[in-house]
Design a protein around this ligand. Structure first.
Ligand code: NIG
Ligand code: FE
Length: 389
């Protein structure tokens, strides 16, 4: 039995549900983790002796970030595409094909090394739970390979064979959908928890996305969807109808989309790194929160539309550009991400939850948005162990 104590916490963000303050902040607190779980929360100085002690010295402590949307298994770089966008080119998603080519040409060792590098980036920036997906293989063996590699680092793996129609199927996209729903799903389902599709003009329409999600559900996968990123469309409503845990992007929403989200239990996952990196309008976060929709904020870390692994950066964007308060943005990046992954063991600092927490080099969580671009992660505890200091 290993016990770890984080003591002398100035501001403890617990996200304990039920109170009036969604962050449920406690002051002058201490937390004890035993065998990877939170075992005790109480006043600073009042905790039992432990094997390991972290002195927070009146800093703020928050739950580890839950990044519920990333694409981390790939090879290559698309910085040229980013530079062209900043010079006025639009983002269309077509660059995905370039990453598919470099990814499929890379050996497993290179993909695993890239993934490990990005995972370290996430950890150093306070992320303790993350989802990641396939989608840069677009073939049966290729997609299964990406998921096998992803499974080595996270249980939150998503099958995204329906990311784009590969060139060889350009004139018969429904044959590609049949491949995705049949042999590709068979090969991928053992390595995935989730099934996803890119429901967007130029990618997959509502019928094709429905076919993929329905086939995945029949194989025991849980649905989520990329929707309404590049324009208005049916994706958000389809996701709600199919009981998706989350619809991701939500950049262009109609009144009917907001009503559907407010009437269901699908989380709206907002990915402001995409709008930053594609110079697009930001999603209507304020409107969603005010309508009572559960919102998550995630990075979408990928080499095309958003090559950031930083949840603090996304929080700063959510506050400055999407009009969330610092408290709301932090909730969306922790408890909101947990809701998007249908997890109740992460995203909070409550007894029995995973002992995943971040000591900030700041007296308050507000500094995450108030001091954008400043590395404020002092110590990361993941499953009760010091993962970064
Ligand atoms: O979530 N929207 C589709 N997929 C990714 C982008 C992938 C890429 O550009 O490589 C996204 O933004
Ligand atoms: Fe994505």
């Amino acid at each position: 039995m290993t016990a770890l104590l984080v003591d002398r916490i100035g501001e403890l963000v617990t996200n304990e549900p039920g109170g009036r303050d969604p962050l449920a902040i406690r002051r002058d607190a201490a937390v004890v983790a035993v065998d990877g779980r939170i075992a005790w929360i109480g006043p600073a100085g009042g905790a039992p002796a432990c094997d390991v002690r972290v002195d927070a010295s009146n800093r703020a402590v928050i739950p580890g970030f839950v990044d519920s949307h990333t694409h981390l298994v790939f090879a290559g770089d698309r910085s040229g595409e980013f530079a062209a966008r900043m010079a006025g080119e639009p983002y269309t998603g077509g660059g995905i094909r370039r990453t598919v080519a470099t990814t499929n040409a890379a050996p497993d060792t290179e993909l695993s090394a890239n993934l490990a590098y990005l995972q370290r980036e996430l950890t150093r920036q306070g992320t303790t739970t993350f989802e990641t997906k396939s989608g840069y293989g677009l073939g049966v063996e290729q997609e299964a390979r990406l998921l096998r590699i992803a499974r080595q680092v996270t249980a939150e793996t998503t099958f995204l064979g329906a990311h784009l129609v590969p060139d060889e199927y350009a004139d018969r996209p429904d044959d590609y959908v049949s491949l995705v729903c049949g042999p590709m799903l068979d090969a991928c389902a053992p390595h995935a928890r989730w099934v996803d599709a890119f429901c967007e003009r130029g990618a997959f329409d509502a019928d094709q996305s429905r076919a993929v999600l329905t086939a995945g559900i029949a194989k025991g996968l849980a649905p989520r969807l990329h929707a309404n990123q590049l324009g208005a469309g049916p994706g958000v409503r389809l996701g709600v109808e199919l009981g998706a845990a989350a619809v991701d992007h939500c950049t262009y929403l109609s009144d009917a989309d907001v009503d559907a989200l407010a009437g269901g239990d699908t989380v709206a996952t907002l990915l402001p790194g995409v709008e930053f990196s594609t110079r697009s309008p930001y999603p209507p976060a304020r409107r969603l929160v005010d309508a009572g929709v559960t919102v998550a904020v995630a990075t979408d870390c990928n080499p095309g539309s958003s090559f950031t692994s930083s949840m603090p950066f996304c929080i700063a964007l959510a506050v400055r550009e999407m009009h969330l308060t610092p408290a709301e943005a932090l909730w969306c990046a922790t408890a909101g991400g947990a809701a998007a992954l249908r997890r109740d063991d992460v995203g909070t600092i409550t007894t029995g939850a995973a002992a995943d927490l971040v000591v900030l080099d700041a007296p308050s969580h507000v500094h995450l948005a108030y001091r954008p671009g400043v590395p404020l992660v002092h110590t990361v505890v993941a499953s009760g162990e010091i993962a970064y200091q």
